[in-house]
Design a protein around this ligand. Structure first.
Ligand SMILES: Nc1ncnc2c1ncn2[C@@H]1O[C@H](COP(=O)(O)OP(=O)(O)OP(=O)(O)O)[C@@H](O)[C@H]1O
Ligand SMILES: [Mg+2]
Length: 138
């Protein structure tokens, strides 16, 4: 018997548009489970959607892992996006509003960073890109 609140890690491969939708659904479910407000649910789902799309388009596919986090005071949702793509050569530039190498709006990374509480990127040409985001309940 599960309570529905204590969701363990959930992994989702990202190889298609449908997978991006699945990531959105997983993030929404965990955000609800940790009692994020409706506004914060939408923020973290939007960020996850952008990052999943980047994983697909620029990373050549990869994965998302969604977990609950608990710091003793608050709960939250954490998502790790990983790909084995070419990496991001100039991270500062990539995080600039409007910068795109793919003809997009160039708002995915910069916008995502603003929508979450914690945002970490590890990237290299050898290992690809790993982005970890966290949104806490308040
Ligand atoms: N996982 C990734 N691997 C390699 N490069 C990436 C990755 N994610 C982002 N980038 C690079 O960073 C740039 C900026 O990403 P961002 O999401 O902000 O913009 P975009 O995807 O080009 O446009 P938008 O998301 O607004 O449609 C991308 O154009 C791409 O060059
Ligand atoms: Mg993008």
């Amino acid at each position: 018997m599960t309570t529905g609140v204590d969701l363990g890690p959930q992994a989702q491969a990202i190889g298609s548009d449908e997978d991006v939708v699945r990531v959105r659904q997983m993030v929404r479910a965990v955000a609800v489970a940790v009692k994020l407000s409706l506004v914060d649910q939408t923020k973290v789902v939007t960020a996850a959607s952008e990052l999943a799309r980047n994983t697909l388009v620029y990373g050549g596919g990869g994965s998302a892992e969604v977990t609950t986090v608990d710091n003793g005071r608050r709960k939250g949702v954490r998502i790790v996006f990983a790909d084995s793509g070419p990496g991001i050569a100039d991270l500062d530039l990539a995080l600039t509003d409007g910068y795109t190498t793919g003809g997009g709006l160039g708002l995915g990374l910069s916008g995502s960073r603003r929508l979450v509480d914690e945002f970490e990127i590890e990237t290299s040409a050898e290992t690809g890109t790993r982005i970890t985001v966290t949104k806490w309940s308040r």
